[in-house]
Design a protein around this ligand. Structure first.
Ligand SMILES: *Cc1c(COP(=O)(O)O)cnc(C)c1O
Length: 383
């Protein structure tokens, strides 16, 4: 098998047979001419399949080492597709610290169909083992978690999911924070990988998207069916943007990490910042595990400023770093999880996972590190 970047640049994207164009065209076509009843070239209608989407799906399946990939209109649409396949009475175990919109979707919509959710701290594998019931169908984890940067042992959870030969429990891993460049959960026994492609895979903050990478024919069949039935698919233009982004994933991730490391070290040495959460720091509680299952530590860092007022004072002073939701773009983005991504959890929900009002999450971009450090330093001088 070729190397990661070779696959990122070539898999699913042979030059266009008609013209030789090196980029897969944006097939802006909702339908496809048929020669006669039942005779077509593999494409009938773009909700079902589209050639630009096929290229991206083949590419992403290759990068994660999966059997198939299916892309959706956002990360949340991908999550919704994954749980839509369950039935009344099915049980799902989800990490207690996950992207805030997931428990909102599960609790307010999916639970109405009689699907039951249990939330546990997946950094403690025993909690997952104890939560498994005869009707458990799925364990869903994020590692590292958003925004507390807790690292879960993928292999340990996969072993628990697969301990019974006649009771299949799938492990699905949200790999958004690391991208397949730094972490490939399927190599540690996971069954499904999910991404918000909005983040590092696209990488340029110019399009939403989501993907489910599966390992079995059943996954392929199920996700193809959800695409066809519910229609939350990624448009050809957005597929093109992700294909374009993925070509530079490796070089971007390398630079993200160099800059992330520099910022984490700077913050860890700052007298006014009591807590810095970054798996690359030796003081991170799961640093050794992170080193084992990730080939880099990425560029997401959560840190404590002491209060909402301090956090806001600092954000107001930033000149280069952009204040806003999202992550994984080439530009440095800083968010306030308590009022942005994790507002839906409520105060009690945030307290449970240790998320305070003074915490900020930074997604370090690929600008010049010296400029970022200078910007952070002048902004933090208000503390
Ligand atoms: C952003 C994000 C999502 C949701 O993805 P959208 O593309 O915004 O719908 C899910 N999980 C994680 C970890 C995310 O960061």
């Amino acid at each position: 098998m070729s190397g990661f970047s070779t696959r990122a640049i070539h898999d699913g994207q042979a030059p266009d047979p008609l013209t030789g164009a090196v980029n897969v065209p944006i097939y802006a076509s909702s339908t496809y001419a048929q020669e006669e009843i039942g005779k077509h070239r593999g494409y009938e209608y773009s909700r079902v399949s589209n050639p630009t989407r096929t290229a991206l799906e083949e590419n992403l399946a290759s990068l994660e080492g999966g059997a198939s990939a299916h892309v959706f209109s956002s990360g949340m649409a991908a999550i919704a597709a994954m749980v839509t396949m369950f039935k009344t009475g099915d049980h799902v175990i989800c990490g207690s610290n996950v992207y805030g919109c997931k428990p909102r979707l599960f609790g307010h919509i999916i639970a109405n169909y009689g699907i039951v959710f249990t939330y546990v701290d997946t950094t403690d594998a025993e909690q997952v083992r104890r939560a498994i019931q005869p009707n458990t169908r799925l364990v869903h984890i994020e590692t590292p978690t958003n925004p507390m940067m807790g690292v879960t042992d993928i292999r340990a959870i996969a072993d628990i999911c697969h301990q019974s030969a006649d009771h299949r429990v799938d492990l699905s891993v949200d790999n958004t924070f690391m991208s397949p460049y730094f972490q490939r959960p399927l190599e540690f026994g996971a069954d499904i990988v999910m991404h918000s492609t909005t983040k590092f895979l696209n990488g340029h903050s110019d399009g939403l998207g989501g993907v489910l990478v599966g390992t079995t024919p059943a996954h392929k069949e199920a996700y193809e069916f959800v695409q066809k039935c519910t229609g939350g698919i990624l448009s050809p233009f957005e597929c093109f943007l992700v294909l374009r982004g993925v070509k530079t994933l490796a070089v971007r991730m390398k630079q993200h990490e160099v800059n992330g490391y520099a910022v984490a070290n700077y913050l860890a040495g700052h007298a006014k910042i009591p807590t810095v959460l970054y798996p690359g720091l030796p003081q991170h509680p799961q640093h050794v595990l992170a080193r084992r299952q990730m080939s880099g530590y990425g560029s997401l860092i959560t840190f404590e400023t002491g209060s909402l007022e301090n956090a806001n004072a600092m954000l107001r002073r930033l000149k280069i770093c952009v204040v806003g939701e999202s992550l994984g773009g080439v530009e440095t983005l800083i968010s306030h999880p308590a009022t942005m991504t994790h507002a839906a959890l409520g105060e009690a929900g945030r307290a449970k996972i240790g998320l305070t009002d003074g915490m900020l999450r930074i997604s370090v971009g690929i600008e010049d590190a010296e400029d970022l450090l200078e910007d952070l330093d002048q902004a933090l001088s208000v503390l």
